[in-house]
Structure formats: C-alpha cells, structure tokens
Design a binder for this molecule. Structure first.
Ligand code: CO8
Length: 257
C-alpha cells in the first residue's frame, strides 16, 4: 500500500512508523487512521518484526484529531459511523509498540501515544488534552487511559483546564518512561525497540498482555492470569534456550517458538 500521511520503514527487527502531515502538525484525520492501521497490521503479520515505534516530527508528535475534518459533523453522523472507534483497532496490535514523542502530543495525539505500550519523550515534548477548549472532551481514550496512568488529580487538572504539561512533569507523574534529547529521540526509541525485538517474541507478547491485564481486572485475577501465562512459557523453546544460555554463560539465541 502506498502511504501519503505516514512514512513506513523497517530498521532491523523494528517497524518504524512516522506520522507525516507536517503542514497540519500531524493532525490525525481518517486517512492517517486508515494508513496507520494498515502499516501496523503489516508489521504485525511480518515474522521478521518484533517491535514497533510510532513517532512524529520534532515539532509535533500529533496536535490532535483533525479539527477541520470533524468540525461540521452532526451527532447522527458521529454515532452511525462510530466516530473514533477505529482507533481501538490500533490497540489490538499484540507486538510491543513504543511511542517516541517530540513536540506537541495533544488531544488525540496524547491519546495515540498512550495507546502504545510506553512513551519515550524528547525534552521538548508537551502533553495535553485541550478538547475542553474546543467545547468537547477527550474522545479517543483520554479520560480513561490518562486517569489510569497519572491518577485522578492530574487527569482532572489536564482534562478540565486543557493546559499542557512538559516532558519533566509527564515523567514525574508516570506518563512517560524516559526523557531524551530531541535529536536522539528516534535513535533511542529504535535502540529500545531493537532490544525488545531481540528477545523471544512470544515472551514479549505475553509480558505485554499481562501488564495490560493489570488495567482491566482485579489484583487477584491479574495474578492468576500472570501465573497461567508464566506456566505456559515452559512450553516455549525460548524458555529452554534462555535458561540454558544463562547456565552456560553464553548469549541466548531465541527462535520465537
Ligand atoms: N487539527 C487540524 N489542524 C491542525 C490541528 C488539529 N488538531 N492542530 C494544528 N493544525 C494546523 C493549524 O490549523 C495550522 O494550519 P494552517 O497553517 O492551515 O492554518 C497548522 O496546523 C499549524 O498550526 P498553528 O499555526 O496553530 O501552529 P502553532 O505552532 O501556532 O500552534 C498548537 C501549535 C498549539 C499545537 C496549535 O496548532 C493548536 O492548538 N492545535 C490544536 C490542538 C488541539 O486542540 N488538539 C485537540 C484536537 S481535538 C482531539 O484531538 C479529540 C477530539 C475529541 C472529540 C470527540 C468527538 C466525538
């Protein structure tokens, strides 16, 4: 598929997707969604890929859903097309995904970053849910994911005032896992992604599934789910290889089986 709003590259075992609508600060319109889903599915189906990185430009990861595209929508149009529901498909990607965020990650941009498994931010990153300033509220998961990630006080502050927070504040409150200089952002994200991709893919996918389960269930159920997955890992060749390599003081050679 030829893409117009994203750039898609393979770097080693990593699939790199770069949002590419510079004139609109990478605003997320329906074409971006369609292309992002297609690229993600292609990487998901590619056995050579173990991790994905989603990034934008140095000025903007994404400045939100495309306001100009949605401004004239009626309620019934939004309802019938289940506006924004397609973004849920993005979160169905089972391979690990890293968001590499520089510049603005606002509204849907912040929500897209939160759909990834973790966020590496450049020190110029700015996160926010400014929908309230447009007479609406977050519609791609912001009121739910942000609240789970940073807690009620900070989420209410951001969602109700529409203010932006910088990378340091985002790291302090747990939204961001690490901060790097803008010029090395993609390189650092690719390094982290390559590291993940070099591990056993089924182990990484199960680990992702288990951590995500923590957001959806009780502690007792989550612990049971974790233990079942952990037991099942003894069926993996990669478990035998990883533990043998440790005992034999050598590097493991994982085969994703
Ligand atoms: N949508 C469409 N176009 C955008 C967007 C956007 N979200 N953000 C920026 N652009 C466009 C601008 O219109 C401008 O285009 P043009 O040159 O044609 O006028 C171009 O990008 C450059 O933007 P600016 O000139 O504004 O650049 P600045 O550097 O001056 O400002 C900002 C950067 C602060 C990021 C500013 O662009 C801004 O405030 N953008 C909007 C941020 C925002 O409000 N995002 C939330 C959008 S709503 C959303 O994501 C979810 C909605 C949920 C609704 C639920 C309904 C069911």
């Amino acid at each position: 598929m030829a893409y117009e709003t994203i750039l898609v590259e393979t770097r080693g075992k990593v699939g790199l997707i770069t949002l590419n609508r510079p004139k609109a600060l990478n605003a997320l319109n329906s074409q971006v969604l369609k292309e992002l889903l297609a690229a993600t599915r292609a990487f998901e189906a590619d056995d050579g890929i173990g991790c994905l990185v989603v990034t934008g430009s140095e000025k903007a990861f994404a400045a939100g859903a495309d306001i100009k595209e949605m401004q004239a929508k009626s309620y019934v149009e939004a309802y019938l097309e289940d506006f924004f529901a397609g973004w849920e498909d993005f979160t169905r990607c089972r391979k690990p995904m890293i968001a590499a965020v520089a510049g603005y990650a606002l509204g849907g941009g912040c929500e897209l970053a939160m759909m990834c498994d973790f966020i590496i931010a450049a020190d110029n990153a700015k996160f926010g849910q400014p929908e309230i300033t447009l007479g609406v509220m977050p519609g791609m998961g912001g009121s739910q994911r942000l609240t789970r990630f940073v807690g009620k006080a900070k989420a209410m502050d951001l969602v109700l005032t529409g203010r932006m927070m910088d990378a340091a504040e985002a790291e302090r409150c747990g939204l961001v896992s690490r901060i790097v200089a803008p010029e090395v952002l993609v390189e650092e994200a690719l390094k982290a992604a390559q590291k993940i991709a070099d591990f056993s893919l089924p182990a990484a996918m199960m680990a992702k599934e288990a951590v995500n389960r923590a957001y959806e269930t009780t502690l007792a159920e989550g612990l049971r789910f974790e233990r079942r997955l952990f037991h099942s890992m003894f069926a993996l060749e990669d478990q035998k290889e990883g533990m043998a390599a440790f005992a034999e003081k050598r590097k493991p050679n994982f085969v994703n089986r």
